[in-house]
Structure formats: C-alpha cells, structure tokens
Design a binder for this molecule. Structure first.
Ligand code: SF4
Length: 491
C-alpha cells in the first residue's frame, strides 16, 4: 500500500507536495519521494528511505523548481534489501519524458517484463510502478516520438489498461500538446483510490485520499473513474475520459482499516462507513444474547465502530487505551517479553476502564491473530469480569494480490479453524467469553455487493493465476520479515 499526491499550479509545487504528502503518511512509512518538471523542461527527483520529513529535507524541497510535480510514500517493509532506495517512487523515463508514481499491485509482472524486453526495455527496480511507466512510454512512443496529443494519451492509456492487470491508481506528469500536464488513471475496477480537485487559483491536485486536498485548500471535484483517465492543466477544466467500462470494485479494506477516517471515498466519509459497520456488528453481537458494561475501541481505526456499537446497544463507550503516536517500529525487538513491552509502548491501557467490567473490545480486523492475542492478554491482566472481542470485518481468509501486503493463506487466522467453528475456537484459544466477526453478508450490506472483498471471500475480481500468485508472494518474502501486524491505522 502506498499514497501519492500530484499538483499542477501557477507557482512552485514542491512545498505543497511536501505538506500534502504528510497527510498520507499512514499509507507508507518506508520511503518517500518527490519529483517536479522544472521550467527548463528537466525532471527533478529526490527519493529516500524513511518518513516524509526525514526523507525529503527542506533544503531539497526549497531547491526543487517546477509548477507540476508528484510525490509518493511507500508502505513499510522490514528487512531492507539492496536496492530498496531505488525501488522508491516516483520513477522517470527519458523517452518520452514521464514522471510517474502509483499505488496498487500489478499482477502480471512476468508477462509485462517479457513483452517489454521484446521491445528492448528493461525493468531495473523491484517496483511494479516502473513496469507501468515503461508500458505507458512504449505505447506513447509507438504512436509518435514526441509532441503527444490528448488523443495519443487516451489511446496509450487504453492500450496500457489492456496490457497491465491488477490494481493500479497512477499519477504522472508529462508534456501533452506541448504543455506540462498532470494526469491520473485508475485500473478498470478502480480497486485503489484516487481523487482530484481544484483550488481558487486554478491549480489542480490529485491524491490517494481526499484529506490531502482538504489540508491544502482544494475542493474535491471527483474521484478518478474506474478505468478512467483525468487530464489536468491550470485554469482549464478537467478532461475526464472513461476508457474501460468494467464494474467498479473498490477495496473494502481501505474503508475498514487503511484510509483516514476523515477521507471521503466514492461511498462517503470513511468514518461513516466504519460507523455503519459498527451498527451492523452490534446487531449481530446482540443476537448472541450477551450483555456488557463497557465498549472499548482499539485505537485508532476502531473508534467510529465502537461508538456506533455503544449507541446501538446503549452501553457506555470509554477510551481504554492511550496510544503513543511517537513510538517506532517494534518488530526488531528480540523476544516475547520485549514484544509485550512493545505493545504497551504503543497502547497503554487504563486499568479502571477494564477492572471488574464486562468489556466489548472492538478492533478492525484479525489477520494472523498475534496482535489480538497480545491485546487480550494485556486486557486480561487488568482483571475484567468478561472480555468479548468484536471485529468489524469478517476473518481475513485469503491473501490480497491488489496492493495490501498480507501473509500467505496458511498464516492467516482463518486457516487455523473451520469457518463454522472459528469464533468459538478462537474465543477458547484467547480465553475470552466470545469472539464476533461481522458476517460477510453484514459487510456486503454496508459496502455494497460490488466492493472488492476478496481477502474475506476469495472472490478475486481480477483473476490471479498460480504463476502470478507465486511471483507476488515470492517478491514479498524477498523483502524480508515483516512486523507481525500491519501498521495500526492513522497516526
Ligand atoms: S483483497 Fe482485500 S485488501 Fe485487497 S483490494 Fe480486495 S478488499 Fe482490499
């Protein structure tokens, strides 16, 4: 998972890209990059490992010229391998000159690599953005060498969408009709998000999440359509072309877990989706006939759902954990004892909220089960009367091949128990009174039947064959060991 911003304006964009990118820090903490198209027609690029403020020093931002540019944050990996900095985005091509970044996961990289090689083009990094960029460059230069028109671009992106499979939201800067141009396009199912908007000066902006536009004073004009291309130049209306008309299947996990609650997606405010999931989960929990004294969210992603459960059931909602927003990575800690300390470093519980109470502990998801196990152990050490674990997503049962890095199937919690016994067996294993996952039907009732829910249901909207699966999973494991949990929500 990654995040991007793109800007085209009348003044230098690097400082605004730098600010906008910080609002998307939750989408990637591993590396950050920024690139602009300068007045001399040259691309200026800087990328480095680390968080935005570390990777993009102010002296670099201040010296980066250009009124069009893009910036990117990359999802964290443990075990930094050789060439990792080179895998950071954006990427550039010389012929034609294109600066591009993306969010998602291309599923047919082996095919693309072979076809690019046939055209004499080599992928130098381990990042699938480079493959997308090379395909775009190849398709554009096949039409003409330079001075590309809008229609060239539309045709090239159409051909790209026929060649590149998977999930990809792409932002790029290039010259079209001899003018600097900001573009964004999205795979035919619109799996990963992309939103665009304008400000009062005539500038345009594209971002993975609307919160980046909010912070910089841009009004959302629309979401880049699934299978669509948006072309932006200052003071000119947005050109929106719908190239492919497959049904949209937006990632439901963005709503549950990844996106900021204050971002707006096609189906509304992320916080509102989490609220609706909480209400639905409350109904499903209530049908089991339990009672409780307090609802406690695991911060931060679960707050809206916990509040909704509290209101729906008439049970008080209390902050039970204080989150340390400044703790670093803890997966380097060597043994079990220090890992428990690490959890407390991130989430310190307040005893009086739990002691002697029947507690509903609300969390967004269970992937492997290791995080919930440590959380429950922590809560049980505070002498609650009962613990009920309530999860506002179904059990994660299948890996994601569309850009969210999940463990292989046999590592997932759902692989440990038969579906019909999972809640009961997990409750026994955790030593709690109950475990309740929202049902797949409950999730579909809130998110709509067309949302991508493949990690819960196994119904992959873009088919991924066994060779492609093996390639993606091998690439992931080549990046080294991961934290036992994905990063927890919004900073
Ligand atoms: S498989 Fe899950 S995480 Fe991946 S895109 Fe679909 S809903 Fe999102």
């Amino acid at each position: 998972m990654c995040g991007f911003v793109g800007l085209i304006a009348h003044s230098e964009v690097a400082p605004m890209l730098f600010v906008g990118l910080q609002t998307l820090q939750h989408r990637g903490q591993d590396a950050a990059g920024i690139g602009t198209l300068g007045p001399d027609g040259r691309f200026h690029l800087h990328k480095e490992m680390g968080m935005v403020v570390q990777a993009l020093p102010l002296e670099v931002i201040e010296r980066m010229p250009g009124t069009a540019g893009i910036a990117h944050v990359r999802y964290p990996t443990a075990g930094v391998g050789i060439g990792d900095r080179e895998d950071a985005q954006p990427f550039v091509t010389r012929r034609p000159g294109i600066l591009a970044a993306h969010n998602g996961n291309v599923t047919n990289i082996p095919d693309l690599e072979a076809s690019l090689r046939g055209a004499g083009l080599r992928i130098l990094s381990n990042c699938d953005s480079e493959a997308i960029l090379l395909v775009l460059a190849e398709e554009l230069t096949a039409l003409r060498g330079a001075r590309h028109t809008t229609e060239d671009l539309v045709l090239a992106v159409d051909r790209l969408m026929r060649r590149v499979r998977g999930a990809y939201s792409v932002v790029a800067v290039l010259e079209i009709e001899d003018a600097p141009t900001l573009i964004a396009f999205r795979d035919p199912h619109g799996i990963r998000p992309a939103v665009y908007g304008k400000d009062s000066t005539g500038a345009w902006m594209v971002a993975s999440e609307s919160v980046a536009l909010d912070v910089l004073g841009f009004e959302v004009e629309g979401h880049v359509p699934a299978g669509g291309l948006v072309i932006l130049r200052p003071d000119q209306p947005a050109v929106v072309r719908r190239i492919r008309h497959d049904a949209a299947h937006h990632c439901v996990f963005e709503r549950i877990y990844f996106a900021r609650p204050d971002s707006r997606m096609e189906d509304g405010r992320v916080a509102s989706v989490r609220w609706a999931l909480g209400e639905r989960l409350a109904e499903e929990w209530k049908r089991k006939g339990f009672e409780a004294d307090v609802v406690v969210a695991v911060p931060d992603t679960s707050r809206d759902a916990a509040q909704a459960i509290s209101e729906k059931l008439g049970i008080p909602n209390r902050e039970g954990f204080i989150k340390n927003r400044y703790s670093g990575r803890t997966f380097i800690m060597p043994n079990q004892a220090t890992r428990e300390n690490a959890l407390r470093l991130k989430l310190n519980p307040m005893r009086e909220v739990f002691e002697g109470k029947r507690v509903i502990l609300v969390d967004d998801s269970i992937v492997r089960g290791s995080t919930v196990r440590r959380l429950v152990d922590l809560v049980k050490s505070l002498a609650p009367k009962e613990v009920h674990v309530a999860i506002f997503s179904p059990p994660v049962a299948h890996p994601c091949f569309y850009g969210i890095d999940m463990p292989t199937r046999d590592e997932l919690i759902a692989a440990k128990f038969a579906p019909e016994h999972l809640e009961e067996r997990l409750a026994t294993e955790l030593g709690v009174r109950s475990v309740t996952f929202i049902s797949a039907e409950g999730l579909a009732a809130v998110a709509g039947k067309r949302a991508c829910m493949a990690c819960f249901t196994g119904d992959y909207v873009v088919p991924v064959d066994s060779e492609e699966r093996a390639f993606i999973l091998k690439n992931r494991s080549a990046q080294g060991p991961r934290s036992t949990a994905m990063p927890r929500g919004v900073p």
